[in-house]
Design a protein around this ligand. Sequence first.
Ligand code: GDP
Length: 139
Amino acid sequence: MNIQRTFAIIKPDAVKKNAVGDILTMIHGAGFRIIGMRMLEISVEQAEGFYAVHAERPFFNSLCEFMSSGPIVALALEKENAIADWRKLMGATNPANAEAGTIRKKHASSIEHNAVHGSDAEDTAKFELSYFFAGYELF
Ligand code: GDP
């Protein structure tokens, strides 16, 4: 398996509850290299652009308002099999279904306020990395 890159966000709920340090420790503990990291706030419009594939879903407006409700941490992660391994470390979308040892089991409070985001495929990882990072910002 080749080295792969994926895109992650520590969402506003996790930043607000001071879980950034613990989540970064879990990321390193699982063998990821952090090759890009930025704390920022995004507008509702920027969240809508990021989540455009979800535009038809009933929770779209709520999700975009949540994602622009406070600071987030955008991360570029690298390791073998990074996309699938990061989704495994995140846990299920709904924390009620998340396995023990996952970030969402530990830090998510609801299906929407679920602590972290992760790309679900190579093409979305590419789009999402380029939405938040220029190539020269990745190490
Ligand atoms: P993910 O890939 O596990 O993040 O899940 P999805 O791509 O299906 O959904 C994107 C994000 O939308 C999730 O991480 C949640 O923050 C939110 N979300 C997903 N399903 C629901 C839902 O049924 N209700 C609400 N309010 N938010 C949801």
